[in-house]
Design a protein around this ligand. Structure first.
Ligand code: SF4
Length: 315
């Protein structure tokens, strides 16, 4: 199996590309995610020609915008970085996600230090120049900082989005776009959408109700922007309980009273924080496997990513 193409800051793969010749190896990326993702690594500073080792650099706010300047001395690498960005961005359209290194004036996604034109610290409201250009060029792309993947909820959310975006790109985007592929995608993600954002879930049904009202490409574009926005929202325990109860509605008639009681007990236990999501979800999947209901068999909510990632053990 070829993995899902995902971009990553090169230092996270253990490559010695940092300014001091070091790396920031992430074992989770190289030992767990690498089994499912085919990483494409980039070091923007190295590829912009800054070399290794290189002077430490930071962001300074000038009248014409943010500049990438050496902490000590006057070396200004803004133009070199912009030239790299312009050359690299068009080559990243096949990616289904991106994992960035935190705190970097090039790769950092948020809370990056900004200094004034003289180099005095001002605030932490910045974003690395490469990260900023990447997010603006590919607003649908799931992007996350590696450090934030230590948070089990953020990690589960990011990986679910990567798999969903990959599904869209493989089966609906571009020349695969048909009314059928679009409606089929929506059908697969109904319960996932309901869990992430009931509001957007309720908007997307009407959007797809009349596929003749606008060119299909325009409807698909609106759909996927709303879809990815919904999927970015974290799912609360209450929203999972709501989605699981909806799902249960389709299973009820085929379940024995005893099985149903155990399932309801475990959904309640999950709601109280006593068991992780994997417990009621496994019982739902078991019930679905025993007495398959067609409508549920394709629901991504039941299996959004490979089980071996173990993501629902900790949310
Ligand atoms: S954070 Fe980005 S620019 Fe810095 S070493 Fe890592 S990959 Fe290179």
């Amino acid at each position: 199996m070829t993995g899902i193409p995902v971009g990553i800051s090169a230092c996270l793969l253990g490559k010695e590309v940092r300014y001091d010749g070091g790396h920031k190896h992430s074992r989770y990326c190289t030992q767990v995610l690498a089994k499912h993702f085919e990483f494409r690594s980039l070091c923007p500073e190295l590829e912009a020609g800054l070399g290794v080792p290189r002077p430490a650099i930071h962001l300074r706010e000038h009248e014409d915008g943010l500049r990438l300047v050496e902490n000590k001395g006057a070396g200004d690498h803004t133009e070199a970085m912009q030239a790299f960005i312009q050359q690299a961005l068009p080559t990243l359209g096949e990616l289904r996600g991106y994992i960035l290194m935190a705190k970097s004036p090039s790769c950092g996604m948020e809370r990056i230090k900004i200094h004034d034109a003289d180099g005095t610290f001002m605030n932490r409201d910045g974003r690395g120049l490469f990260a900023d250009a990447l997010i603006k060029a590919y607003p649908l792309l799931p992007v996350e900082e590696e450090g934030r993947l230590n948070d089990s909820v953020l990690r589960e959310n990011f990986i679910e989005r990567v798999f969903a975006y990959d599904d869209w790109m493989q089966n609906v985007a571009g020349e695969n776009l048909t009314k059928h592929s679009l409606l089929d995608f929506h059908k697969r993600y109904k319960f996932a959408l309901l869990a992430h954002s009931e509001k957007i879930y309720r908007q997307l049904g009407p959007l797809l109700a009349d596929l003749k009202s606008e060119p299909i490409a325009d409807i698909a574009d609106k759909y996927i922007h709303s879809f990815m926005k919904a999927m970015t929202q974290q799912v609360s325990k209450g929203a999972h309980v709501n989605a699981m109860n909806h799902l249960l509605g389709y299973l009820k008639t085929d379940m024995s009273a005893a099985d149903k009681t155990v399932l309801l007990e475990q959904i309640d236990a999950y709601h109280r924080g006593e068991v992780p999501l994997v417990v009621p979800m496994t019982l739902l999947r078991l019930a679905q496997r025993r007495e398959p209901v067609d409508y549920l068999s394709t629901q991504k909510y039941l299996t959004p990513y490979p089980d071996e990632l173990g993501l629902r053990n900790n949310v």
